[in-house]
Design a protein around this ligand. Structure first.
Ligand code: CO8
Length: 258
């Protein structure tokens, strides 16, 4: 597939999508997001493909939504166009695992785009932030929700309210990225991870992804009820009896179902 704002490469069972507006640090405009949605349609529609890597340039994954495209929009423009929301959500709706390989800036919509992926692998020069507040706006495509869930209220609060940008080490410590690798190893590491996933049972991987999404989407009360059912069910097994008896008798438990 050929596009103007992204590159689409198929490497065995992995599709690598590279954001490709280097002159604008991969600022995300409507055309790019439409192409990205089409590329994901292509990857999902190809039965050989088991995983997607989404990456940018060594200097920028994406420096945010395109400020020049947004600057003159009115409320009515944004509302009536449902300003790029539809195409952005395509990334979050992708049924295949998507690995974000982030080098350089992942700011604003760039950070939000990375957070829509299942795994973020960061180069050691990566920088993450939600600087929208410095432009007089707020994150518009999930930042206030996904960042709070990813790193907690304290760090997300500082990032979203003050616009503070964090480096790769801090992002890993905060749980925003799965790991940090040397910048020159980023593409290989992401590709290897994607290849490993693509070799596994496709429905198992897809269902695992779907199930993890429920952890974000189900209300706490449903999650707690589900947990309680499983907790009660364990009292039907022998190991709960053995474990608790061993505690009371001050001996090591010998579990049957190991
Ligand atoms: N939009 C448009 N153009 C950009 C953007 C951007 N987000 N970021 C960089 N560029 C352009 C610059 O204007 C410049 O272009 P030119 O050469 O024509 O002047 C070129 O890229 C290179 O940028 P710099 O010269 O600024 O490069 P530096 O290395 O000096 O600085 C920075 C790099 C720090 C990343 C700097 O470019 C910067 O601060 N960029 C803006 C970061 C930002 O504020 N991002 C948030 C944008 S708002 C957003 O993402 C909202 C998301 C919600 C969308 C909701 C949709 C539904």
């Amino acid at each position: 597939m050929t596009f103007e704002n992204i590159l689409y490469d198929k490497d065995g069972a992995v599709v690598v999508i590279t954001l490709n507006r280097p002159e604008a640090l991969n600022a995300l405009n409507g055309a790019l997001m439409t192409e990205l949605a089409q590329a994901l349609d292509g990857a999902e529609g190809d039965p050989d493909v088991g995983a997607v890597v989404l990456t940018g340039s060594p200097k920028a994954f994406a420096a945010g939504a395109d400020i020049k495209e947004m600057a003159d929009k009115t409320f009515m423009d944004c509302y009536l166009e449902d300003f790029i929301t539809g195409t952005w959500e395509r990334v979050a709706r992708c049924r295949l695992p998507v690995i974000a390989a982030v080098a350089g800036y992942a700011l604003g919509g760039g950070c939000e785009l990375a957070m829509m992926c299942d795994i973020i692998i960061a180069a050691d020069n990566a920088k993450f932030g939600q600087p929208e507040i410095t432009l007089g706006i707020i994150p518009g495509i999930g930042g206030t929700q996904r960042l709070v869930r990813a790193v907690g209220k304290a760090k997300a609060g500082e990032m979203i309210l003050s616009g503070r940008i964090i480096d790769a080490v801090e992002a890993e410590r905060a749980g925003l990225v799965s790991r940090v690798v040397a910048a020159d190893a980023l593409n290989d590491e992401a590709l290897q991870t994607a290849r490993k996933i693509a070799e596994l049972s496709r429905p198992a991987v897809m269902m695992a992804k779907e199930s993890m999404a429920a952890a974000f989407e189900a209300p706490l009360s449903h999650g707690l009820r589900h947990e309680r059912r499983l907790f009660h069910a364990l009292f039907a097994g022998e190991d709960q009896k053995e474990g608790m008896a061993a505690f009371i008798e001050k001996r090591r438990p010998v579990f049957k179902n190991r």
